[in-house]
Design a protein around this ligand. Structure first.
Ligand code: ADP
Ligand code: MG
Length: 350
């Protein structure tokens, strides 16, 4: 077991960093955030923040010297920086996992090689690749790296639309066949050293314009799908030798096939309801796993529904009063932007 009150370094200063810092505080663990954003909202929740470009080694060294363990709240940190940090302090999950999962093509190849069903996809480097793969239309064209909340994604219905596409082919993409979705679910899992796992029950997710709108437990799905999703998430966490909390997103198609959509090597938006619905949240479990402190059995206290608050809507929510079943989280982002996640509301049920 690690020392009683370690200091955790968190790379990334968005709302996930804020919620990790809040969870750490509950455990009496100090947090130092490393962010390239002077307005990083996590500065309101952590003990210390270092603002720097991720390639300034002097500042990275300061960060390393202040912390005992390192983790991250977003997966697009340059791999060489994560590697550098991991030579000095333990980084969880380990950087090589990030390298696989931050590239949609590599991620899908990995999932497929492990015998897990995913969508039909192909690597796309130019327009003729698209035209030659019209069997996958209608489909989603997604940039291999740096996409999130539907950013870097294009719905392509037919060959005519391929002609009209204006996209940057300096980047690589995957084209993924459009699934007729019955449901979307996610599994949040925390894996500790010694291969001990805690798996939350499946969460049902509703998206609007490819962005998460609502997450609900319980997910109304067949028991066998629920078991299969949890088992696959556990299998992948073991396979990756993952330490910390991760999320596996799934599609359930119209024929009740479970298809893995993507793996997020971090705490996840769909797991925010665990803060109010469970004895231990995804964030606290992440900190516990990363710092190698005691694992406590999970207990669900409530069913729950979480809704994301996007852009200007935050103003309405800021002005409301809430009942004891409603938990409003304001991410305290300085600037309100369209399509920006500004907060969330979780409502607990019986
Ligand atoms: P992101 O990294 O932005 O979350 P995803 O690949 O998870 O990207 O896509 C975001 C959402 O877009 C999905 O949750 C789903 O609602 C929709 N979507 C993406 N790919 C497909 C697909 N192949 N078929 C149907 N819907 C899709
Ligand atoms: Mg997604």
């Amino acid at each position: 077991m690690a020392k009683a009150n370690p200091v955790v370094g968190i790379i990334g200063g968005g709302q996930l960093g804020s919620m990790l810092a809040t969870a750490a505080k509950k455990l009496n663990i100090k947090t130092v955030i490393l962010s390239d954003d002077p307005e990083a909202p996590a500065k309101n929740f952590c003990d210390e923040i270092i603002i720097t470009d991720y390639n300034k080694l002097k500042k990275i060294d300061d960060f390393i010297n202040k912390v005992d363990f390192v983790t991250f709240e977003f997966e697009n940190i340059p791999f060489n920086i994560l590697e550098y940090i991991s030579k000095h302090k333990p980084v969880c999950p380990k950087p090589s996992i990030n390298q696989t999962v931050q590239n949609r093509f590599k991620e899908k190849e990995f999932v497929k090689s492990e015998g897990i069903k995913t969508t039909n996809y192909v690597l796309i480097k130019n327009k003729s690749d698209l035209l030659n793969n019209d069997a996958l239309l209608p489909g989603f064209l997604k940039s291999c790296t740096l996409g999130y909340d539907g950013k870097g994604q294009y719905m392509v219905n037919n060959k005519d639309e391929v002609e009209d596409l204006v996209i940057d082919f300096k980047k690589e993409y995957i084209l993924e066949k459009k699934i007729n979705l019955k449901k979307e679910i996610s599994i949040i899992i925390t894996r500790f050293v010694n291969n001990d796992c805690l798996v939350y029950e499946p969460i049902e997710n509703l998206h609007i314009n490819q962005m998460l709108n609502k997450s609900i437990i319980p997910a109304i799905i067949d028991k066998n799908i629920s078991n299969q999703a949890q088992q696959q998430a556990k299998f992948l966490a073991e396979k990756l030798d993952y330490i910390g909390t991760m999320c596996v997103e799934y599609f359930i198609d119209e024929n009740n096939n479970l298809l893995l959509n993507e793996i997020a090597p971090r705490v996840h938006n769909s797991g925010h309801l665990t803060i109010n619905a469970y004895n231990i949240s995804q964030f606290e479990n992440h900190i516990r796993a990363v710092c190698n402190i005691e694992k406590i059995q999970l207990k669900k206290n409530h069913n729950a529904e979480m809704i994301n608050i996007i852009g200007e809507d935050i103003k309405t929510f800021r002005g409301k009063s809430y009942s004891e079943n409603e938990f409003f989280f304001d991410y305290l982002k300085k600037e309100i932007k369209e399509k920006r996640k500004m907060g969330h509301l979780t409502v607990i049920k019986s």
